[in-house]
Design a protein around this ligand. Structure first.
Ligand SMILES: [Zn+2]
Length: 298
């Protein structure tokens, strides 16, 4: 299988930062937006093919082939809007139909690739290579225990978040034999009932590290960075145990850094002195050292 894997801008930035820790998230995000704008304006590679937006953001404007030297993408990421261009940007459907007809006529052997080059998206799971295996597991996952049945019933049907619902979630979270694909599916759908459980759990236990971690994972599928920051800040302000405060601050940093947020800077402005200020100061120094250590390529 080949082709692009469509990703959201924030997913791409997060993935890239994971492998290039010295890259600045804001700068990269701006570069992606610029490349996407250029793509939408019809800017093309010097060779005439459409821009590969994701690659152009880090390597300068070019098509996939000119940037990588490979003939065609093989699950490489491309910004979803650039993949969807054909479907979204159909102001003049007649032009598009004519373009597709041209391609089918002129490139009978490789029309699929040519159609992709003009932004056509195959409407199936073909390109979700990264998530294909997980998605398969998720499709096949069914509740296997009474607790899972209760939980899934709530996730599907909603209703008041009772203590029983929260307990069903917590039990599933901490069981030795979790049904991961079953629950993961609802994270990936940014299921509102799942979010309601997490928020209710946090309102009962605002400094719960695991629930905050779960909310961070949820936020990967829902744009809610502001909310996530709010919950972490609130937890950091409430926590009185310095060891747990340090863990919260580290998680806050790790779980928002990929999205371009500087949690330690934010915490530093809140806790300028005192015990919490000292913890933040120490973290800022050690985390910087970690990043510098990773700059050494071997
Ligand atoms: Zn090119």
């Amino acid at each position: 299988m080949s082709g692009f894997t469509p990703v959201r801008v924030d997913q791409f930035v997060a993935q890239y930062l994971r492998n290039h820790k010295d890259t600045d998230g804001d700068t990269l995000r701006a570069a992606v937006e610029d490349a996407l704008a250029a793509f939408r304006q019809g800017v093309r590679c010097a060779c005439g093919r459409p821009l590969w937006v994701a690659g152009s953001a880090v390597a300068g404007y070019g098509c996939f082939t000119c940037i990588t030297g490979s003939a065609e993408p093989d699950g490489d990421p491309e910004i979803r809007e650039a993949c969807d261009a054909f479907l979204v940007d159909s102001d003049d459907p007649e032009d598009r139909v004519a373009q597709v007809a041209d391609i089918l006529k002129n490139y009978p052997q490789d029309y699929r690739q040519r159609l992709e080059e003009v932004g056509f998206v195959w409407q199936d799971d073909e390109y979700d290579l990264l998530y294909e295996e997980e998605a398969n597991e998720e499709r096949q996952a069914v509740p296997e225990t009474e607790n899972q049945r209760h939980l899934i019933h709530f996730l599907e049907c909603g209703g008041p978040v009772t203590r029983q619902v929260i307990e069903a979630y917590m039990q599933e979270r901490y069981t030795q034999t979790p049904n991961l694909p079953l629950i993961r599916k609802y994270f990936k759908q940014a299921n509102v009932n799942l979010k309601a459980i997490l928020l209710a759990g946090l309102s009962a236990n605002p400094t719960d590290l695991d629930l905050l971690d779960d909310l961070s994972y949820f936020s990967e599928f829902d744009s809610m960075l502001g909310e996530l920051i709010h919950f972490y800040k609130d937890a950091c302000i409430r926590e009185t145990d310095m060891e747990r405060f340090s863990l919260l601050a580290q998680d806050f940093h790790m779980n928002t850094y990929d999205q371009g947020f500087d949690a330690l800077y934010e915490l530093h402005t809140i806790f300028q002195s005192g015990a919490k200020g000292a913890v933040i100061q120490h973290l800022a120094e050690t985390i910087d050292e970690d990043l510098n250590a990773e700059d050494i390529p071997f």
